[in-house]
Design a protein around this ligand. Structure first.
Ligand SMILES: Cc1ncc(COP(=O)(O)O)c(C=O)c1O
Length: 397
């Protein structure tokens, strides 16, 4: 501990001092073990390695986990979101309300279909889409896509209440929140459609992959057709198939779903480990006046996909970008979530103006996501805290 304290007092690595760590600590990484590898190898030895039995089993097991009738797996959550937007009839002139505090995939899915993303502001405490910020004129043709930022579920009851009045279609982007609960129930069954991502930085992975959760067999059929060129098959007519609409090849392989099935068994452990690490961050960082720590709401258990720290940069001599560079020089792989989507040059070229969602813009300017992943050790975490202490000590005004 004494050595650590001395290290925090030494010069910043960005100013020529020695870094807190000799090796880079990523902000996130997958946890793949021998059981995962064994099941993937077994899938590879099978007769069918895509559109086969592991895909179906994976869909079934995720649906059972979240207590909803159907899951339809895709090559990514982006593809899954595209499928849902297409199914809901998004096209030119259709507005889809979402959060600016998300990865561009959420609103890109709307643009793929020719629709118009409408960004509404966030609740600063959770950084989730604020139900009170939704437009007043929502109706049955409207679509609302909240995002469970950092794995912390949105205020589902409020969205459900608003939906019961306005009858909008509710699509939850649960890309961050597999394994989280809301009022004790797994996330993924509250909205009309929910979408998970299984990208390697998420709580569990299939390498790349995503899934739509839904209640209705006709929707599940449509989604399966969408991921396969819009083609429907009929088990009563072997060899016959027909394309009923223009779909894509968004299939996920059995190899990926074997990994997913194996990871799914450890999902409760992964989430427990992330939660324990998040609580340990809370404890270790609570004394720093320059930091605003993330919190879950009383009704939710976050999956802690991210630990989104916010920093009172007005108290420091540097801005977020300089702070991040200094943290990286200490070999701590922090990241930023998220640049408001409409700040991206592409969105600016579509006519979105900065200033649209002031709370999201303020949160972004303060935010850094510090490393958090299931296999992270307490030593790794102590290094992150020591690096933060070092930077805050040196950079305080
Ligand atoms: C909120 C959100 N939505 C959608 C996606 C897209 O997920 P995928 O990488 O599986 O396409 C991501 C990816 O990080 C995300 O963070």
């Amino acid at each position: 501990m004494e050595i650590k304290t001395m290290t925090t007092r030494s010069q910043l690595a960005s100013h020529g001092g020695s870094p807190i760590r000799s090796q880079w600590l990523p902000y996130s990484r997958q946890a793949v073990d021998e059981a995962d590898i064994a099941l993937v190898a077994q899938a590879l030895r099978g007769d069918i390695i895509t559109r086969g039995p592991y895909v179906e089993r994976f869909e079934k097991e995720v649906a059972e986990l979240v207590q909803i009738p159907f899951g339809v797996a895709f090559s990514s959550a982006t593809a899954a979101l595209h499928a849902v937007m297409n199914m809901l009839g998004v096209k030119e002139g259709v507005k889809v309300v979402t959060s600016p505090n998300t990865f561009a995939a959420t609103s890109n899915a709307v643009l793929y279909c020719g629709g118009q993303p409408v960004f509404c502001d966030i609740d600063e405490a959770t950084m989730n889409l604020d139900p009170q910020a939704l437009p007043a004129d929502l109706g049955p043709h409207s679509i609302v896509v909240p995002v469970d930022f950092a794995g912390n579920p949105c205020e589902m009851n409020l969205f459900a209440e608003l939906k019961s009045k306005s009858k909008f279609q509710w699509v939850e982007d649960c890309s961050h929140s597999i394994g989280a609960t809301y009022h004790g129930r797994p996330v993924g069954a509250q909205a009309d459609f929910s979408v998970f991502s299984f990208h390697p930085v998420k709580s569990m992975t299939t390498g790349e992959g995503g899934m739509v959760m839904c209640r209705d067999a006709a929707h599940a059929d449509y989604l399966r057709a969408f991921r396969s060129h819009g083609i429907y098959r009929d088990s009563a007519r072997p060899g016959y198939y027909e394309q009923r609409f223009l779909g894509y090849n968004y299939n996920i392989t059995d190899i990926q779903c074997a990994l997913g099935l194996s990871q799914l068994k450890r999902l409760p452990n992964f989430v427990e480990q992330r939660r324990a690490l998040a609580m340990r961050y809370h404890e270790k960082l609570k004394g720093f006046g320059d930091l605003i720590l993330p919190a879950e709401t009383a009704q939710s258990q976050s999956s802690w996909h991210l630990y989104p720290l916010r920093i009172r940069f007005e108290n420091l001599k540097v801005d977020r970008d300089e702070f991040l560079k200094a943290l990286h020089a200490e070999n701590i792989g922090a990241n930023v979530h998220y640049i408001p989507v409409y700040f991206h040059p592409y969105y600016q070229s579509l006519g979105y103006q900065k200033g649209l969602c002031p709370k999201a813009e303020r949160a972004w300017a303060q935010e850094i996501s510090i490393p958090l992943f299931a296999s992270m050790t307490h030593e790794d975490q102590d290094d992150v805290c020591a690096a933060l202490e070092k930077l805050l000590t040196h950079l305080h005004r």
